[in-house]
Design a protein around this ligand. Structure first.
Ligand code: AP5
Length: 216
């Protein structure tokens, strides 16, 4: 099973992907995570990406498309993949179609998480993750069971993303409205887009996604 999770910054894509990985054994391909790994490694791509990410702008299509294509090849034996943060432009959506047909793959579900913008700012400003295993948390909605200690690995250091400040979040929302939202009609026209209300609790949102999977 292959799936795309679409939605604005902070819609809950990463949080739902964690559940999809655990429940269905899929591999999560997050372009945001891949870029943050490039930034951390100090690579040329990482240096270019960091400036754009900190400004809330998108990284060039050709760089992203080749990164995703490599990841598909690396995970050829996986039960399926969930695309998180990709595609994000019409050019990326079109390139994905070509890539899938060249690799003999199909996209089974395209799920859009719908959330209101006020919630996005609150969600992103309270987000943090474990510095060791990357498990995601939130100051108000999803704190570790024991304060200061990761539920999954017991590590005690946490990180906040540099692009989660209010100014960059506003730019990310503009990028989403202008460049990413226009891909929704692309999938609507193909008759594969399914919308999920993303304003409920995380488990409630996941129940809706599980229903989509169950209905094939
Ligand atoms: P990326 O890392 O993809 O960030 P994003 O799309 O902005 O999405 P986020 O990761 O911020 O949010 P999310 O939807 O995953 O929400 P989460 O589950 O964490 O991209 C970062 C940057 O990289 C981009 O700006 C761009 O520069 C570049 N980039 C990436 N992909 C690219 C591409 N394809 N092309 C070009 N450039 C690209 O949830 C957020 C918070 O809310 C968490 O704290 C969580 O605990 C909480 N939360 C989640 N769900 C709920 C809920 N239901 N109720 C309450 N709280 C919730």
């Amino acid at each position: 099973m292959n799936m795309i999770i679409l939605g604005p910054p902070g819609a809950g894509k990463g949080s739902q992907c964690e559940r999809l990985v655990e429940t269905y054994g899929l591999v999560q391909l997050s372009t945001g995570e891949m870029l943050r790994a490039e930034v951390k490694s100090g690579s040329k791509l990482g240096q270019t990406a960091k400036k754009l990410m900190d400004a809330g702008q998108l990284v060039r299509d050709d760089l992203i498309i080749s990164m995703i294509s490599n990841q598909f090849d690396q995970h050829r034996d996986a039960k399926g993949v969930i695309l998180d943060g990709f595609p994000r432009t019409t050019a990326q959506a079109e390139a994905l179609d070509v890539m899938l047909s060249e690799k003999g793959l199909t996209m089974d579900h395209v799920v859009q998480l719908e959330v209101c913008e006020d919630a996005i700012v609150e969600r992103l400003s309270g987000r943090f993750s474990c510095a060791n295993c990357g498990a995601g948390y939130h100051d108000s909605f999803s704190r570790p069971a024991e304060d200061g200690k990761c539920d999954k690995c017991g590590h005690t250091k946490f990180l906040r993303r540099s692009d989660d400040n209010p100014e960059t979040v506003r730019s990310r929302l503009v990028s989403y409205r202008e460049q990413s939202a226009p891909i929704l009609p692309f999938y609507q026209d193909k008759g594969v887009l399914q919308s999920v209300g993303g304003m409920g609790g995380m488990d409630e949102v996941f129940d809706q996604i599980k229903e989509i999977v169950a209905n094939g």
